[in-house]
Write a protein that binds this ligand. Structure first.
Ligand code: NAD
Ligand code: UDP
Ligand code: UDP
Length: 343
């Protein structure tokens, strides 16, 4: 009683006892691995806005300093060139573990390195979380469902993944990363959070990363034909990056381990996507068919009931709303003289 009255009085006068100030401090120390990448850099922006102390660890394999350059010089921001496959000592309250190439072209480039990043990199970041008692969020992927036999995919589905295929370094790597996270949770009491992210697009994507949205947008802007792989009837569900970042933050701050699907349930065939890109950029853009890649999943659409119910989250930006925002960023980076911060 008495204590709480005094605290309120102290608070009104701006006098907060040091111990309380440290324990309840609003400004968290947050580590973002892969924070110079596409998704990571948007997350950095949101956390910096909130007043957190943000440390980015990135080896610049697919990320770029330009993505976070607007924070350099801010005392709340620190950028460290480091490969998560090597151990590192840091003191933080939360770890968003994103470091891992996400585009098939990038993760197939050096598959063994992709596995090491997912397995050894995740192990190191969990070891770090254990040492300092930090909360740990893993950005897993819808790829853990493989070429799914259940549609749409709910978190309870165990997946249909080829363990020896060209995508396995990523799919199986992320599956092991999820396993590691759960074993550190059960064995060492680490607070973990697992997000299964579905295809995400937006400003700052690598222009030539080979992913379908970046390919189509860059192709239409360069007046090249849109390359549709296979018959174009395979489906994906495309989420705008700000929706994902909101979901990741809610998951981190919430009380549930997950896994949680984070994606936009709006499902498009690749031909339909090509059409939306034509409508957005150039109605005269041609379509060219190319042979499809190996083990390409036929369908993908998230069941997001769990995130809706437990995180109060659902995406709010449709493909037709989000695409123009990405197009103006790509236009600037391809043709403009701007620095290309992408927003
Ligand atoms: P991205 O390639 O833009 O970002 C990944 C970042 O990690 C890059 O900055 C890269 O340099 C860094 N990185 C890679 N290997 C590293 C290593 N060994 N050590 C340190 N840094 C390393 O990809 P993104 O789209 O921003 O994806 C971020 C995370 O979200 C990834 O874990 C990815 O698997 C996951 N994810 C993304 C999508 C999507 O559609 N974008 C979908 C599912 C899951
Ligand atoms: N680790 C790290 N930073 C830390 C603590 C641990 O990079 O602050 C690494 C450590 O080098 C090890 C991994 O995380 O390779 C797992 O650590 P843990 O303590 O769980 O296991 P152990 O060291 O006993 O194998
Ligand atoms: N795709 C396509 N044209 C491209 C690039 C990709 O038709 O220029 C197809 C690809 O075959 C796949 C879908 O688009 O069916 C999504 O591919 P992406 O590499 O973007 O992501 P993922 O396969 O990881 O979902």
């Amino acid at each position: 009683e008495h204590g709480s009255t005094r605290n309120n009085e102290d608070e009104r006068k701006g006098r907060v006892p040091l111990a309380v100030g440290l324990k309840n401090k609003k400004n968290k120390r947050v580590l973002i691995t892969g924070g110079a990448g596409f998704v990571g850099s948007h997350l950095v922006d949101r956390l910096m806005e909130r007043g957190d102390n943000v440390i980015v660890v990135d080896n610049y394999f697919t990320g770029r300093k330009e993505n976070v350059i607007h924070h350099i010089g801010n005392p709340n921001f620190e950028l460290i060139r480091h490969d998560v496959v090597e151990p590192i000592l840091l003191e933080v309250d939360q770890i968003y573990h994103l470091a891992c190439p996400a585009s098939p072209v990038h993760y197939k480039f050096n598959p063994v390195k992709t596995i090491k990043t997912n397995v050894v990199g995740t192990l190191n970041m969990l070891g770090l979380a254990k040492r300092v008692g930090a909360r740990f969020l893993l950005t897993s992927t819808s790829e853990v469902y493989g070429d799914p036999l259940q549609h749409p995919q709910a978190e309870t589905y165990w997946g249909n993944v080829n363990p020896i295929g060209v995508r396995s370094c990523y799919d199986e790597g992320k599956r092991v990363a999820e396993t590691l996270a759960m074993d550190y949770h059960r064995g060492a009491g680490i607070e973990v959070r697992i997000a299964r992210i579905f295809n995400t697009y937006g400003p700052r994507m690598c222009i030539d990363d080979g992913r379908v949205v970046s390919n189509f947008v860059a192709q239409a802007l360069r007046k090249e034909p849109l390359t549709v792989y296979g018959d174009g009837k395979q489906t994906r569900s495309f989420q705008y990056v700000s929706d994902l970042v909101e979901g990741l933050m809610r998951l981190m701050e919430g009380e549930h381990v997950g896994p949680f699907n984070l994606g936009n349930p709006g499902e498009f065939t690749m031909l339909e996507l090509a059409q939306v890109v034509q409508e957005t950029i150039d109605t005269n853009a041609k379509i060219e068919f190319r042979p499809n890649t190996e083990d390409d999943p036929h369908k993908r659409k998230p069941d997001i009931s769990k995130a809706k119910e437990l995180l109060g989250w659902q995406p709010s930006v449709s493909l037709r709303e989000g695409l123009p925002l990405m197009v103006s960023d790509f236009r600037q980076r391809l043709f403009g003289d701007s620095k290309g911060n992408g927003g």
